[in-house]
Design a protein around this ligand. Structure first.
Ligand SMILES: Cc1ncc(COP(=O)(O)O)c(C=O)c1O
Length: 380
């Protein structure tokens, strides 16, 4: 038995999605730009998918630009705005963004952009007032993520959107972790990024929502697909898979109940703390630290017990660096090193006690060999 608790890293493609995707690989495999019958049939599939996504988010069809995923959408948003509006050289973002935003900002810094990376409070939430103060005549865009990939904190993006609208500054949100899980009012949001593989669609597909009237340029040029904003032969199986995944029932309420039960169980282990916000937190995220142990060892032990978890952001885990997000919210080093991220899916329902007991058993084992005295841990 495997219990997969790493749904912020990626999700399984649901059978109904895989079935549709397979059809596009095997039967309807044409290039949407071809004028023959297979090509036109495939073009129709893209149009239907785009229409379905637009209706789902309350957007216009022309406002959906398919990309290869969250990373590309974030790059298109920032670099595309920068290219089209060269007179504005200031960007506001936060210190806890995904690397696809942070590294893009660092790169833009090299070509003369001034970037303000705003901090967060101990729950991982930004101060909207700080953004308001930093906006100037020179500000091109404010980019703040909707839900953090490590600690699951939800940012007040609708409020930020209002502030940006009033100041006539573009607002982009990286909605990769929140899309389809949390409602998003897009009225005051100019651009937002989505990734298919976080919502039970295949990897390598996503989109950028670009509100009508946004001045943005392509960063990938070629055949002029996607309204000339993203050239390249369309990933039709991915596009159709993404639209199909909108129908997948997330089972939010059941998963939230499991999440709360697991948190309650874990907090009974001495020297344990939950990182991030208890109230403004996405329903499937548990970011937990066990004082004085190695998170990597715990993750490997849990893997042997059939439980798949992460020790931080999966995209960064190969680097084995301590989490910059946990640092930003002020978690002490000896807690940071013993941290796990559990992002639950429906296979956790009914298995909560198994998960709690295995974590407890393994934490106790690691503490037996830990150089930190248990009495010290217990007092924490
Ligand atoms: C918040 C956030 N933004 C962007 C990305 C990148 O998305 P993709 O894997 O589709 O490139 C991720 C992936 O982990 C993410 O969590």
């Amino acid at each position: 038995m495997k219990i997969y608790l790493d749904n912020a890293a990626t999700t399984k493609v649901y059978p109904e999605v895989a079935k549709k995707v397979q059809e596009l690989f095997v039967d309807k495999y044409g290039n949407a730009s071809s004028l023959h019958s297979i090509g036109t049939e495939v073009r129709k599939k893209i149009d239907e998918a785009r229409g379905k996504i637009a209706r789902f988010i309350g957007a216009e069809i022309s406002e959906i630009i398919f990309t290869s995923g969250g990373t590309e959408s974030n790059n298109l948003a920032l670099r595309g705005l920068a290219k089209a509006n060269p007179d504005k050289k200031h960007i506001i973002t936060s210190v806890i963004e995904h690397p696809s935003i942070l590294e893009t900002c660092k790169d833009l810094e090299k070509s003369g952009y001034k970037i303000d990376y705003i901090g967060v409070n101990s729950e991982g939430i930004i101060d909207v007032g700080e953004i308001e103060k930093l906006i100037s005549e020179n500000t091109l865009v404010v980019s703040i993520m909707h839900v953090n990939n490590e600690i699951g904190t939800i940012q007040p993006v609708e409020k930020i959107g209002k502030v940006c609208k009033k100041a006539e500054v573009y607002f982009h949100t990286d909605a990769v972790q929140g899309f389809k899980k949390i409602d998003l009012d897009i009225k005051d949001i100019n651009l937002f990024s989505v990734s298919g593989h976080k919502i039970h669609a295949p990897k390598g597909i996503g989109f950028l929502y670009i509100k009508k009237g946004t001045n943005i340029s392509a960063i990938i040029t070629g055949g002029g697909q996607e309204n000339k904003l993203r050239s390249g032969t369309e990933n039709v199986p991915g596009i159709v898979g993404l639209a199909t995944a909108l129908d997948v029932d997330n089972k939010n309420n059941e998963i939230k109940k499991s999440r709360d039960k697991i948190i309650e169980g874990l907090l009974k282990i001495h020297g344990t703390k939950i990182n991030g916000s208890m109230n403004n937190r996405i329903y499937h995220n548990i970011n937990v630290s066990f004082y004085g142990i190695e998170g990597e060892s715990l993750m490997l032990m849990l893997d042997k017990d059939g439980i798949c978890v992460s020790t931080g952001s999966a995209c960064a885990s190969a680097k084995l660096k301590e989490s910059y997000v946990l640092k930003a919210i002020g978690v002490e080093d000896l807690y940071i090193h013993g941290s796990l991220r559990l992002t639950l899916g429906d296979d956790v329902v009914g298995n909560e006690d198994y998960v709690i007991n295995k974590i407890k058993k393994n934490v106790e084992k690691l503490r037996e060999i830990s150089p930190f005295k248990f009495e010290k841990i217990a007092r924490k």
